[in-house]
Design a protein around this ligand. Structure first.
Ligand code: FES
Length: 84
């Protein structure tokens, strides 16, 4: 392991070069947020096309499958455009 990200307040270890989606799945995290319909979202395509893995990093949304982990990165689930 080469560091930790913080997912929704939980420390998650990652390997160098690993995407956030990969690190989260390895840690047993599969629910990455909530769609506007209320359904849970997670990794689907894994290549940045479906937008199903959008997560909040600071004030922006980004695809977890494309985001390479950095030590101390803080990310949270997105609530489908709603606060929370
Ligand atoms: S899983 Fe489809 S964009 Fe990330």
């Amino acid at each position: 392991m080469t560091g930790h990200v913080v997912w929704h307040g939980r420390r998650v270890a990652f390997r160098r070069g690993e995407s956030l989606a990969s690190a989260l799945m390895a840690a047993g995290v599969h629910n990455l947020g909530q769609a506007a319909t209320g359904q849970a979202r997670g990794v689907f395509c894994g290549i940045g096309q479906c937008q199903n893995c959008l997560v909040r990093v600071g004030d922006r949304l980004t695809e977890a499958c494309l985001l390479i982990c950095e030590d101390g990165l803080i990310a949270d689930p997105d609530a489908g455009g709603r606060d929370g």
